[in-house]
Design a binder for this molecule. Structure first.
Ligand code: HSE
Length: 440
């Protein structure tokens, strides 16, 4: 059979990796796909760099629309990123009847409903394994491998930059700003790291996983997004003393009232495998009612790991594109006319447990007042740690840190209790609140 022809839009880190891995493993990939897969056209504004990557025999152009207009091209791979021109080009490629492979999590998390509807109407596939956790085949696992299950929850370390920063903060006892600068120097963090450190990148990814797991539309605007910029080295240390590590987690859970969808730093018991995922690595834990808890671990970024996911999508399309569109795996795992209308819950309705750090006056009755107030609000305490005042504020200090771990409670209830605690004259600084996930 004639090889399937692929056009790349953008040949930076992931595009180069895709080209190289396809060339290196072309024979094996052909034996798996049942036909050859060839990149025959590349669009990149830097045509000289693109030519240096692909060499002779591949057409290089500066205009992405020339790829979309080429009737020989079967699949367009969008590796430009962002919501701007990439969205326009993806919609144009779909309108031209091309299948699309993309690594663009931002685009799909925000505009996925429009893009998947356009693809469905046109009978083409939009594949996005590379958009979540790079080389880890988590989309395939959720959409196909776990299809027997009622998925209960997913929790993932799905941003390598922040996991690298948190690992360094813990290992070296350094603060966030110092480690961020070091991460930028080493190339682990972008010059503008906002999307990573503010949790936005992880929220894009967990939004996509949530849609596939629960059959709900992609709803990035309903996700709760909190990054790691306000984390203090001292909380990482206290958490460790209590048997926890702090990770930036993307979490989505099925609850009776709706779906939880959130990204925030969380204390994870040190004994859990997820707590031991270090550096820039990614890992996702999925709990299904039949299978129990499963774990997926690997590189969440980088040239060839991400290319591995892009090429898996190309092979899927090569195998399935002659199939009747109604019998392909649905984009979001569930058929578009069988989606769930479960709502995404507001944070006040989320039920989880908490780490609280209170800077308090070191005097009689303070602990009793704080715990009494929590008891009055119906919030049960799991553990309390009180530091020596000298250790916290230096010799002769009259202030100390009181650390409280709670049992599960409604976030709205905790918000009200925290407002009351904050108003106590013996609570001397803004209370630090970090959520806790036991993952059991
Ligand atoms: N910037 C992402 C990360 C990789 O740090 O994991 C691409 O999604």
């Amino acid at each position: 059979m004639k090889p399937i022809q692929v056009g790349l839009l953008g040949i930076g880190t992931v595009g180069s990796g895709t080209f190289q891995v396809l060339r290196r493993n072309q024979e094996e990939i052909k034996r798996r796909a049942g036909r050859g897969i060839e990149i025959t056209m590349v669009a990149d504004l830097d045509t000289a760099r693109a030519k240096a990557v692909v060499g002779e025999g591949v057409q290089v152009v500066a205009d992405a629309r020339a790829v979309i207009a080429n009737p020989e091209i079967d699949i367009v791979v969008e590796l430009i990123g962002g919501y701007g021109i990439a969205k326009q080009l993806v919609l144009e490629a779909i309108a031209a009847g091309k299948h699309v492979v993309t690594a663009n999590k931002a685009l799909l998390a925000v505009h996925g409903t429009e893009i998947f509807a356009a693809a469905h109407a046109k009978g083409v596939m939009v594949a996005f394994e590379a958009a979540v956790a790079g080389g880890i085949p988590i989309i395939k696992a959720l959409r196909e491998g776990l299809t027997a299950n009622s998925i209960q929850w997913i929790a993932g370390i799905i941003n390598g930059t922040t996991n690298f920063i948190l690992s360094e903060m813990r290992d070296k006892g350094l603060d966030f700003d110092t480690v961020l600068k070091e991460a930028q120097r080493l190339g682990y963090a972008e010059a503008d790291p906002t999307f990573d450190i503010e949790g936005v990148d992880a929220a894009h990814k967990v939004t996509l996983m949530s849609a596939i797991a629960f059959g709900i539309p992609v709803q990035f605007d309903r996700a709760h997004v909190e990054g790691i910029t306000k984390l203090a080295a001292q909380d990482i240390k206290y958490a460790e003393q209590l048997g926890y590590r702090i990770k930036l987690l993307g979490i989505t859970k099925r609850k009776a009232q709706g779906i939880e969808l959130r990204v925030h730093p969380a204390l994870v018991p040190s004994k859990r495998l997820l707590a031991n995922v270090e550096g820039a690595m990614n890992a996702v834990v999925v709990n299904g009612d039949a299978v129990g808890t499963t774990l997926y671990y690997g590189k969440g970024a980088g040239s060839e790991p991400t290319a591995s996911a892009v090429i898996a999508d190309l092979v899927d399309i090569a195998r399935l594109h002659t199939a009747d569109a109604a019998h392909r795996v649905p984009h979001l795992a569930f058929h578009p006319d069988a989606m769930s209308d479960l709502k995404v819950l507001p944070m006040a309705e989320v039920v989880t447990s908490y780490y609280l750090r209170l800077r308090v006056a070191d005097e009689a009755g303070v602990l009793a007042k704080v715990t009494g107030l929590l008891a009055g609000a119906g919030i049960s305490i799991d553990a309390v740690l009180q530091r020596e005042a000298d250790e916290v504020g230096g010799e002769g200090s009259t202030q100390t840190d009181l650390i409280i771990l709670t049992h599960d409670t409604r976030e709205g209830t905790l918000d009200d209790a925290m407002a009351q605690l904050q108003a106590l004259p013996t609570v001397l600084a803004p209370i630090v609140r970090i959520r806790k996930e036991e993952l059991s």
